[in-house]
Write a protein that binds this ligand. Structure first.
Ligand code: MN
Ligand code: MN
Length: 298
């Protein structure tokens, strides 16, 4: 990795971390999920970066990909376990970080376990390590707490302009043959649950998309929206909120449906724990160094 690249990862990471800490102070019962997401995204912009993806505010059995739609009225409840996932990008270089908050003791145990698993995973990162060993470290911490890792969610490598750039970092053990190298940027993100340990797509709720490839577009409305999407977000994931000013809900949904059916947009459906167990998440971005790693989102 070039020195300028590392500097950009550090800048993006620092901004993501700053936003995380500001937002942490605001998450409590009675607050609107929509306000949290918008405050996080606006703060990223004020600090000189751009959102690398829409702020996710995923509650209880929703593990990820819940970024509130413009009409969202959800308010955080007393017993909720809330996960906030924040991504900032500087010049295409990304800082990806997440935290969880709970207001009851059972949820707090999940939150603490996710944080401990993340810490343990980070301590194992160095060149030559099979990513399965990182998964094993996570699995061990989680199982010794009597909980389960979510097996079909993983961390990921990052590269310029790419949130998932090829390598997956599992949350369970097993040899993968995929080894870390100096200069790799990776996001590690254990998801912990009291449920079945698997998530499923909720196809009825899709609030995040990204541009995938060209395809046939019939309506003028869809053509115009596609141009806006490419110009404003390139291939980064975007919230349907970011398209909504001056567009009615019906029009927004019809247009997105057309673009999705044409294979032009990739949908990111809301991910729900199979047994409806609560899920906690913790995440940092790290860059692999000679002897370990540097956490960019501390
Ligand atoms: Mn994330
Ligand atoms: Mn991530």
């Amino acid at each position: 990795m070039q020195a300028e690249e590392l500097e950009a990862y550090r800048r993006a990471g620092k901004i993501a971390a700053q936003v995380r800490e500001e937002i942490r102070k605001k998450v409590r019962p009675g607050v609107k999920v929509l306000d949290i997401a918008e405050q996080a995204e606006n703060l990223i912009r004020e600090l000189g970066a751009a959102p690398a993806f829409p702020c996710n505010v995923s509650i209880n059995e929703i593990a990820a990909h819940y970024s509130p739609p413009p009409w969202d009225q959800t308010v955080i409840g007393e017993d909720d376990l809330v996960k906030i996932d924040i991504g900032a990008q500087v010049d295409g270089y990304i800082g990806d970080t997440a935290f969880s908050v709970s207001f009851d003791p059972e949820g707090e145990k999940l939150v603490r376990t996710a944080e401990k698993a993340l810490e343990e995973a980070i301590s194992r990162v160095k060149p030559g390590v099979d990513v399965g060993e990182i998964g094993a470290a996570i699995e061990e911490v989680v199982k010794s707490s009597g909980l389960k890792p979510v097996q079909n969610l993983t961390g990921h490598s990052l590269s310029r302009g790419e949130l998932h750039s090829g390598i997956s970092i599992p949350n369970v053990g097993g040899q993968t043959g995929q080894r870390l190298k100096k200069g790799h940027a990776i996001a590690i993100e254990p998801f912990i649950t009291e449920g079945a340990g698997f998530v499923e797509d909720d196809e009825r709720r899709v609030y995040i998309y990204s541009y995938l490839r060209e395809g046939p577009v019939r309506s003028r409305m869809a053509r115009e929206m596609l141009q806006r999407i490419k110009r404003n977000f390139s291939t980064f994931p975007f919230s349907i909120r970011w398209l909504s000013p001056n567009v009615s809900r019906l029009r927004l949904e019809l247009t997105l449906r057309e673009l999705r059916m044409a294979g032009i947009l990739r949908p990111y459906p809301v991910l729900v724990e199979r047994a409806k167990g609560k899920v906690a998440q913790a995440e940092h971005t790290v860059v692999v160094t000679d002897t370990g790693c540097e956490v960019t989102t501390l």
